[in-house]
Design a protein around this ligand. Sequence first.
Ligand code: ATP
Ligand code: MG
Length: 337
Amino acid sequence: MKPNTYLIGESAVMIRIRALIHRVAPTALPILLQGPTGSGKEIAAKEIHLVSQRSGAFVQFNASGLAESIAESELFGHVRGAFTGAYIAAPGLLATAHQGTVLIDEIADLSPAIQAKLLRALDSKEVRAVGATHTKHYDFRSIAAANKNLRQLVDIGTFREDLYHRLNGITIYMPPLREHREDIPVLVEHFQTRILAEDHICKTIRPSAISELQRYEWPGNIRQLYQTLRRTCILTEAAAIDAAHIREALATDDADITTRDTTPKEILLAALTEYNGNVNAVAKHFSVHISTIYRRMRDIGVSSRNTTRTTNKRNDNEPARSSRANFAYSGENSRET
Ligand SMILES: Nc1ncnc2c1ncn2[C@@H]1O[C@H](COP(=O)(O)OP(=O)(O)OP(=O)(O)O)[C@@H](O)[C@H]1O
Ligand SMILES: [Mg+2]
């Protein structure tokens, strides 16, 4: 039996998100889900499909780490003999989502060629399988999700602007858990049920444990809350979990996610500083042409000279961990788009 909701939370922000989903889900508007890792983008996409009452399937595609040819055949399908090993034809996920919903997750990781092909498919709802001579029409609702800020990727030239506008009928921003800590008690209750169903473990969670959970920053957001609670319930001998158990679990939790909020100028400045003003290295870091970085520097009034570091000198080609993390998790700016 289908649940009547997936998204748990009674905070003002979650009520607003649920109301927005109820307004837009029954329409054909493409939806872009933004927000940091573990904040509930995938579960929000499932909720949208549920509320939409579309008769077809909910289909998920994850672009991260896929070779271009695999991404293409997964999304668009292929005909028999399209490539070595294609012994039988296979429908793509867009076709499988006919009359349903397709979630294109980690969309920022799509290659430029697939971005172009996807734009055509979204514009016309006509899908050309790999090796096919004709297109076929499918009626699917698209939801795109990314924890990288897509607008910023458009600004630095790694994501197509036309595709961004096509996907972004509306952006729904899933906030970091630290911005709705008041949902932690209901989330904990929900996860207790899940832990009972999946792990056959039932523990009492004391109010002191809840207060401890509400004090934490949660860089890994709701996913981290669930994993922490699950681990604590499994590893604790006692029948009840209190603050000390939570403190112990969090002390060993090694999530290293940066959740600073940044503007495009700060991101570019941070990267230039990390690479000691080496524009070539920054271009490599963002996988864009060096001229794109120079253009952005000119547009926003940044010079590489005043980003040269005097201390803590590092190898220019060493990845700038902190600036990449900021780049990846600065979804905050997308809130108003
Ligand atoms: N509002 C919520 N109510 C109940 N469970 C939630 C909620 N938000 C997230 N979760 C749970 O937290 C976990 C992470 O959620 P989800 O996969 O939707 O995050 P995400 O934003 O897609 O993360 P990522 O960017 O890493 O893919 C899942 O187990 C999901 O069920
Ligand atoms: Mg996800």
